[in-house]
Design a protein around this ligand. Structure first.
Ligand SMILES: Nc1nc2c(ncn2[C@@H]2O[C@H](COP(=O)(O)OP(=O)(O)OP(=O)(O)O)[C@@H](O)[C@H]2O)c(=O)[nH]1
Ligand SMILES: [Mg+2]
Ligand SMILES: [Zn+2]
Length: 273
């Protein structure tokens, strides 16, 4: 178990005389989510990227994307889905800003619903989808995740008046390197309901996944992975691969397969087993 405390951890504290506390024990975690620590910009050292713990004891991983501003990013969504599936956290997909252009997003929504994911459509400006999202969060601990500017803080503010999280100005999505939310914080919004707002992410690499296991976390691949000729198949180049056949026959979407290949590359690059 990683021995640094994260948002959501239960800890035993020793109270000091000056009123501060010292963590003496982190209690066992039900689950946790982590990623590979981001590369340090400009660093020449290409060392091992360590595991960075993001939050512990989570019920829902709310993955927020937007229709526009910024454009819907299916690759980022698929990476976060892999993290949810591999850490036993329930993923819920939220597509925000449906006021901007609803039609463009419909085929993506159908794809993820057909895989079996729950998709909630929301608009902060038109107050849509609030009831469904509110119900999902009630009584649970939920972390919201997604690119900068998709409206994570805006949605939480809209659902829980009084929260007063900082929200970016209209141009904040344009990736000028500024994030409106800069720290991960957990807030009890009502008895037993906790939400964790996070800074926007641009890229994310799942940590600790072996390349032969990656396909397990693409749940739409599951019906096929046992039919490959080789049981160590990584569904990349191997002959008689049932996953590749399913892509060719239209049973698995090309976009999901492309995401799989791009994650497989990062797993191959950095992990040696
Ligand atoms: N049209 C429209 N704009 C929205 C909606 N939700 C949020 N916005 C706007 O999008 C911008 C970014 O919102 P934030 O809530 O700061 O986004 P965030 O995901 O928390 O961004 P970071 O904290 O940087 O990760 C703000 O200008 C919001 O007013 C929506 O449903 N429709
Ligand atoms: Mg924010
Ligand atoms: Zn295969």
């Amino acid at each position: 178990m990683l021995d640094v405390a994260a948002v959501g951890d239960y800890v035993d504290l020793k109270l000091n005389e000056d009123g501060t506390g010292t963590i003496i024990k982190i209690r066992e975690r039900k689950n946790y989510i982590s990623r590979k620590a981001p590369r340090i910009k400009g660093a020449s050292f290409r060392g091992e990227r360590l595991e960075q713990l993001l939050a512990a004891n989570i019920d829902n991983l709310i993955i927020i994307g937007s229709v526009k501003k910024p454009a819907f990013n299916n690759k980022l969504l698929d990476r976060i889905l892999v993290i949810a599936e591999s850490s036993s956290v329930m993923p819920v997909i939220v597509i925000n800003k449906i006021d901007l252009d609803k039609n463009k997003i419909d085929s993506w929504i159908s794809l993820y619903e057909s895989i079996g994911y729950r998709v909630i459509k929301t608009s902060v400006t038109q107050k849509r989808g609030f009831g469904e999202l509110y119900e999902t969060l009630t009584g649970k601990t939920s972390i919201v995740w997604g690119a900068s500017g998709v409206g994570k803080s805006s949605l939480l503010n809209a659902l829980f008046p009084g929260l007063n999280l900082r929200v970016g100005d209209i141009s904040s999505y344009s990736n000028k390197g500024t994030h409106t939310t800069v720290t991960t914080s957990m807030i009890e919004v009502s008895g037993g309901t906790f939400v964790i707002d996070t800074p926007g992410i641009r890229e994310i690499d799942p940590y600790g996944i072996k390349k032969e296991d990656l396909a397990h976390y693409f749940i739409d691949f599951n019906p096929y992975i046992n039919d490959c000729r080789f049981n160590t198949c990584t569904h990349h180049h191997e002959p008689a691969c049932a996953v590749i056949a399913a892509v060719e026959n239209g049973y698995i979407s090309c976009e999901r397969y492309e995401s799989y290949i791009s994650i497989l590359d990062t797993v191959e690059d950095d992990m040696i087993y």
